[in-house]
Design a protein around this ligand. Structure first.
Ligand code: SAH
Ligand code: SF4
Length: 384
């Protein structure tokens, strides 16, 4: 008999599992709370569970954490864990503390098949989807390790926000993602509100529609370009789901979204997508069409990319065009630089089964000539 990993179940799944053991649903609620709210993995610790249930569980189930390969703490308090997911694959998880929140950036896949030009994970290729239990094990470990480290009182939360912005494309691992989101939202689980859980996607249009129906959390869409030819180059998935279709899906999503805007992420690449002309094209694209917020991300360079980060002046000039057009625009602060924990730098170590490393060595992207950049006003933020 295979031993079930209880981290693989949302509450309904756990109730069904308990029923198969001949137990009532309220037992599942108790068990679920022990696991996710108290961080317990040993059934013997779960003192209010009947002895008979504890012994049934002992043979049939376990709470299976991920092995921690390393943990790095940045000078700014950012923490990065590298978890072993077996078969020579590792994924990364990052905690970003701020005054009013603690955000955990969670991975959904070992590697990624989308292969964006500016992303270190994309350059590694795809190895495999994570199971629900592997997605949740990142949150489970981080929450309980941080509570112990920070000396929090029982009931206090270290993690107030989750962003699916680690390694992988969450909407290409949909079946495992949705139960994991449900556990994050469940009052008996992590109790996070839908606006504090964000799925970030490179634009898997049919799955954006499904997420709207199944579990409408906050949505961030990685746009990165104001037109199809450039987006085709940067985000190869655009060839399948071009910008027009993507924006239509965003508009549909807004009907169910917990916020009244979609966040568009835009990675600022020197001379590639960062001119005032690109900004004006972007304004034309989204204005009056989709209620949105623009989040400009300074590119985090890594050696194989052949790309450079836009200068601050350039980012500010770009932001200024958007702000003047009435678009709420933020520039993401880079955190955890000293431990390579920034967005797009998460590399883990994955077995590339797609040979992405070879595919990536293509002609460089055309770099446009720089006009004079001017400084403008913008807000700073880390993540929403
Ligand atoms: N696959 C999803 C979520 C993971 S990537 C997605 O693409 O949205 C999370 C964010 O980091 C995305 O907006 C992605 O475009 C951005 N990103 C990737 N590589 C980056 C890099 N090198 N520098 C800055 N941001 C990067
Ligand atoms: Fe995958 Fe997102 Fe990286 Fe693109 S940016 S390769 S979709 S993880």
């Amino acid at each position: 008999m295979t031993v079930a990993n209880l981290l693989d179940f949302d509450l309904d799944g756990l109730a069904a599992f308990c029923e198969r053991l001949g137990e009532k649903r309220f037992r599942a609620v108790q068990l679920f709370r022990w696991i996710h709210q108290k961080g317990a993995s040993d059934f013997e610790q779960m003192s209010d569970l009947a002895k008979s249930l504890r012994s049934k569980l002992a043979g049939a189930a376990e709470v299976r954490p991920l092995a921690v390969i390393s943990e790095h703490v940045s000078a700014d308090g950012t923490v990065k864990w590298l978890f072993d997911v077996g078969g020579g694959n590792a994924v990364e998880t990052v905690f970003i503390p701020e005054d009013d929140r603690g955000t955990l950036c969670v991975s959904s896949q070992a590697g990624c098949a989308v292969g964006c030009r500016f992303c270190s994970t994309g350059h590694q290729g795809f190895s495999r989807n994570l199971a629900t239990g592997e997605i949740l094990a990142q949150l489970w470990h981080a929450e309980h390790a941080l509570r112990a480290r920070l000396g929090l009182k029982p009931g206090d939360r270290a993690i107030t926000n989750v962003v699916m912005m680690g390694m992988g494309e969450p909407l290409q691992n949909y079946a495992a993602l949705v139960p994991a989101l449900r556990v994050m939202l469940d009052d008996h689980g992590y109790g996070l509100s839908r606006r504090r859980v964000t799925v970030s996607t490179s634009g898997v249009v049919p799955m954006i529609d499904r997420l709207r129906e199944d579990c409408a959390v906050a949505l961030a869409v990685s746009l990165h370009a104001p037109n199809d030819p450039l987006r085709d180059e940067l985000v190869p998935l655009n060839r399948k789901y071009p910008i027009d279709e993507l924006l239509d899906a965003c508009v549909r999503y807004l009907d169910a979204a917990p916020r009244d805007f979609i966040t568009f992420e835009y990675c600022m690449l020197d001379g590639v997508n960062d001119t005032p002309e690109h900004a004006r094209e972007l304004v034309k694209l989204v204005s009056g069409r989709v209620s949105c917020k623009l989040n400009l991300i300074p590119f985090n360079p890594f050696p194989q990319s052949g790309l450079k980060r836009s200068s601050n002046a350039r980012v500010q000039a770009f932001a200024q065009v958007l702000i003047e057009a009435g678009i709420v625009t933020t520039v993401r602060k880079t955190r955890g630089d000293d431990i390579d924990a920034a967005c797009g730098q998460l590399a883990g170590e994955v077995q590339d089964r797609t040979n992405a490393r070879n595919r990536m060595t293509r002609a460089p992207i055309k770099v446009v000539k720089k006009p004079q950049a001017e400084a403008g006003k913008q807000r700073q933020e880390t993540r929403t």
